[in-house]
Design a protein around this ligand. Sequence first.
Ligand SMILES: [Zn+2]
Ligand SMILES: [Zn+2]
Ligand SMILES: [Zn+2]
Length: 258
Amino acid sequence: MNPLKIEFLGTGTSQGVPIIGCDCETCQSKNLKDNRLRSSVLIKSGNSSVIIDCGPDFRQQMLRSKCQRLNAVVLTHEHMDHIAGLDDVRPFNFKTKLDMPVYCTKRVENRLKEQFSYAFSDEKYPGSPGFEIINIYSNENFKIGDQRWTPILAQHGTWPVTGFRIQDFVYLTDISGISHLESEKILGSKVLVINALRKSKHVSHFSLDEAISYAKSTKVPEVYLTHASHQLGLHEEVSDSLPEGFHLAYDGLKITIQ
Ligand SMILES: [Zn+2]
Ligand SMILES: [Zn+2]
Ligand SMILES: [Zn+2]
């Protein structure tokens, strides 16, 4: 198997960090690790380059990571901070003359057809983005290039959200709960990315304590926390407080999984 090269394109919650107009300590921090674009991750292996989620910062993220090629977009759920950047796949459409494969559940597909109706209409105006929707199901693995993907069904408040295992890498964002059965898909992996919104509880996201306690239960040795809000606190202070094997992810962080 080819090693997986992971790049965190964004590690922030829906408003990003800093938040417009906020003068809190985190939003005012001079540490670049406290600047968080909306959550997304780039996964490269062999000839495949795939992103999970395509939020409003997608264009900036592709430019910053100097991404020349993108084989597919995989979506966790339909919230705007995870889909709003899809119009900006156009440069890839123009370059390859192909529609962009978008892997998502039927529920997410329905939302995309509302949000980006112009891209799905019979009379597309010139220059519209092109999407090739490929439906995914929680009990069916799928392949993208040389990567084998396993969907993991979780809860995001009252909504469903899909996490993914690719080889020994697991990415779970925007979750507030997950069944024992779905958790079994994580067993034996080497790296887990999981959302930790803030220190206090939230109705649809794991808090820091909940994320740590869940991640410990999976026994995955290396854990990276993502989808952080400004309320989580300063990168340096939070990082220092974490148990062994836990890291607070930051934008631009790269890891390789053999
Ligand atoms: Zn989100
Ligand atoms: Zn703030
Ligand atoms: Zn969400």
